[in-house]
Design a protein around this ligand. Structure first.
Ligand code: IPM
Ligand code: MG
Length: 362
């Protein structure tokens, strides 16, 4: 039975970067016989504008029936005054939660061709290859109670709940251990156990789970120190496992080590290998429709999709090689452009990758 792929372009630069990924997927379909069934639907602000909700029931149904979802980005300033439940981000958070995508893999890899694009010294970041494993369906993002309430006297108070059950900690740490086993087997669990009870439990469960993986060398670090170490000596890390909000913050920091957030893909997986794939950058409304967005994070998300949900590692490798080839050629969107390289537009970058990929089919 052929696998099903749902494409959700979303808002801001979402549609333009996804269009480039679609070019690449067409080559995979036509020249490599990928053979997936493709549907497209609306999510985020676009879905709110057209259907009154950031995650319409039809979109959710299609997502549930898919093996893989490719998402651009959601959000925009025009939606900021909407009630929280109708904001574009709810579409994304709803998909993560409804599809049970608890394991979020965010690799931060520095392509040698881009060593000069990082704001850190080349010797600090060259050869960087970190995998951040972020818990994605729990913690303070979803904990209840939450809200803004009025106190006696009229002052308002905002509140959220940071909560993790043992089973939630256990499954994300297991998924990180599995990944660590395939890499250098060094796993750093990041928490705030010196202050938070949730973190105390996190650390205890993480250590217990690690005992089942004698090959994995687990260490623990407080999140403030981890943020500092990431910019001080990032190569000390291999796999990092952490909670939803800490992972959100640390993965943006890790992204910048690599030169541009426009280069980094992500995979969000359920327990059975279904996944949603998206660039880790946002909808960047300020640069939308200018043809300057970098489509490589989305194209590299297709690489992860081929590996994790479509079980086509050989195609993943070809596509990754094609991206490296165009970087070798010196093609750069403005976010990664440096002296001596060739500045190209969003669609020129996509065309170049698709053409290279096509040439590998023959
Ligand atoms: C991310 C984003 C999202 C998050 C937003 C858009 C809700 O920052 O995927 O990292 O906070 O998870
Ligand atoms: Mg984020």
């Amino acid at each position: 039975m052929s696998k099903k792929l749902l494409i959700l372009p979303g808002d801001g630069i979402g549609p333009e970067i996804v269009a480039e990924a679609v070019k690449v997927i067409s080559v995979l379909q036509i020249d490599f016989g990928l053979g997936v069934e493709i549907e497209q639907a609306m999510v985020g602000g676009k879905a709110y504008d057209a259907q009154g909700h950031p995650l319409p029931e039809t979109t959710l149904q299609l997502a549930r029936q898919s093996d893989a979802v490719l998402l651009g980005a959601v959000g925009g300033p025009q939606y900021e005054s909407l009630p929280r439940e109708l904001r574009p981000e709810r579409g994304l958070l709803g998909l993560r939660s409804e599809m049970g995508l608890f394991s979020n893999l965010r690799p931060a890899i520095l392509y040698p061709q881009l060593a000069d694009s990082s704001t850190l010294k080349p010797e600090i970041v060259s050869g960087l290859d970190i995998m951040i494993v972020r818990e994605l369906t729990g913690g303070i993002y979803f904990g209840r109670p939450r809200g803004i309430r009025e106190l006696e006297g009229g002052e308002r108070e905002g509140f959220n709940t940071l909560v993790y059950r043992e089973s939630e900690i256990e499954r994300i740490v297991r998924s990180a251990c599995d990944i660590a086993m395939k890499r250098s087997a060094r796993l750093c669990s990041v928490d705030k156990a010196n202050v938070l009870e949730v973190s105390e439990l996190w650390r205890e469960v993480a250590s217990r789970v690690a005992k089942d993986y004698p090959g994995v060398e687990m260490s623990h670090m407080y999140v403030d120190n981890a943020a500092m170490q990431l910019v001080r000596a990032p190569k000390q890390f291999d796999v990092v496992v952490t909670s939803n909000m800490f992972g959100d913050i640390l993965s943006d920091a890790a992204a910048m080590l690599t030169g541009s957030i426009g280069m980094l893909p992500s995979a969000s997986l359920d327990a059975g290998g279904k996944g949603m794939y998206e660039p880790i950058h946002g909808s960047a409304p300020d640069i939308a429709d200018k043809g300057i967005a970098n489509p490589l994070a989305t194209i590299l998300s297709v690489v992860m999709m081929l590996r994790y949900s479509l079980q086509r590692p050989e195609l993943a490798q070809r596509l990754e090689q094609s991206v490296e080839y165009v970087l070798d050629e010196g093609l750069r969107t403005p976010d990664i452009h440096t002296k001596g390289t060739e500045r190209v537009s969003t669609s020129q970058m996509g065309d170049a990758v698709a053409m290279r990929l096509q040439s590998l089919a023959n």
